[in-house]
Design a binder for this molecule. Sequence first.
Ligand SMILES: Cc1cc2nc3c(=O)[nH]c(=O)nc-3n(C[C@H](O)[C@H](O)[C@H](O)COP(=O)(O)OP(=O)(O)OC[C@H]3O[C@@H](n4cnc5c(N)ncnc54)[C@H](O)[C@@H]3O)c2cc1C
Length: 429
Amino acid sequence: MSHQTGVGSYDILIVGGGPAGLMAAISAAHVGARVLMLEKGERLGKKLLISGGGRCNVTNARGTDYILRNIPGNPRFLQSVFTQWSSEDIMSFFEGLGVALKEEDRGRMFPVTDRSSTVLSALVKHLQDMAVDVIFKAAVDRLWTDDGKLSGVFLNDGRMISAPCVVVATGGCSVPETGSTGDGYVLAKQAGHTIIPPYPTSVPLLCNDFFIRDRLLQGVSLKDIEQTLYDSKGKVITREEGDMIFTHFGISGPATLRTSQYAVKAMQKSDVNSLLLAIDLVPCKSADVLHKALRDAMLQQPKRTFQNLLKDHLPNRLAELVVRLLQIADDHVCANVSTKALEEALKLLKAFPVHVNGSLGLKRATVTGGGVNVKEINPSTMESKILSGLFFAGEVIDVHAHTGGYNITVAFSTGYVAGHHAATRVVLV
Ligand SMILES: Cc1cc2nc3c(=O)[nH]c(=O)nc-3n(C[C@H](O)[C@H](O)[C@H](O)COP(=O)(O)OP(=O)(O)OC[C@H]3O[C@@H](n4cnc5c(N)ncnc54)[C@H](O)[C@@H]3O)c2cc1C
């Protein structure tokens, strides 16, 4: 890979070497543009490497409609992007580079090697094959404009690099040690864009219940539960299914990560300090069916402790907590459990309450919500509606998705479209 140190002659500058920037550079080079990538770190794709548990969930195989349903942050803005570069295109692209993919649950696609480095190496090799130059430790500080016309960028060491088109692909501002520190918002603002204030999404939630504080459930994981989040007036905000885990600070796991952005937004909006989240611990049985199952079991095993019977349906520590919340002794046998206590137990099993009072914040969020206002970006080209020649791609834009390969799909697809249109414009003039 070439390492340019002076001011070269380029058609397109790509700011940021994450998945969005990499794909933008590749698609622009395919059209025939001379492309320079500016990356402020010492390596490319740092966040991509840790994504998907280090396995890189490259995309999702269930198609555009399914993907859009898993993008709570501005999905409509992405419709045109996905018609130009869809998840199928992403899969064919990687297969074409020799990266064999496999499908896992809910359509999630991974490299068969189970290593994100396979995906990153293929992208970097292709970048080299397409003669894209890269400068590392090149932090873009400002856009270079002359009489209101985009002319290139300034690096933070004072260097000026000229080009008629710039693609900002600097990511959001979560997990900043990967290089995404919100620099793109500064560049966008300089061009006159508005920034929707960043907030954490797909983030573990903090809870203030005594059983969390006393770590009674720390490490207890639950499979295929259902979480319902309520606003301060008792109205349902969202209902999410999946696995979850209790931690020393609150709750996490896929269902919680999906719930989190709604909790963060509701707390910001209404200024409440705690929201009720009810967990259906036994979603596979309706309340009536579960009631009958418990009652029948109690009749058949009157000498069994109630706590022990609950362990047929719940992890041990959760069954112990339920009995404690019911103020029933550990050795209380089924024969002595009152109808009222059984009703109360049922309520806890179908809507176990936890109180959410915060999140781990942007630094620990998987994805940043907010960013460059989508109303100011042309959805068909990713070009700024304010400054001609300026393009945006990836998480820097005010779009965000659940985890499951959707964010990386957004990064690849917006990157492809931004790079393609930037290149088409400079190469065809
Ligand atoms: C732990 C973790 C797990 C994840 N798992 C998943 C998953 O399973 N599925 C999924 O879809 N998504 C996942 N994500 C999210 C996904 O990785 C991101 O959405 C995606 O990487 C965003 O791509 P991007 O190219 O827009 O930005 P980034 O990947 O953040 O890349 C931005 C790049 O720009 C560079 N940069 C920043 N500022 C400047 C500057 N001023 N000058 C030059 N360069 C700059 C940065 O150094 C960085 O290299 C995960 C994220 C994390 C943190």
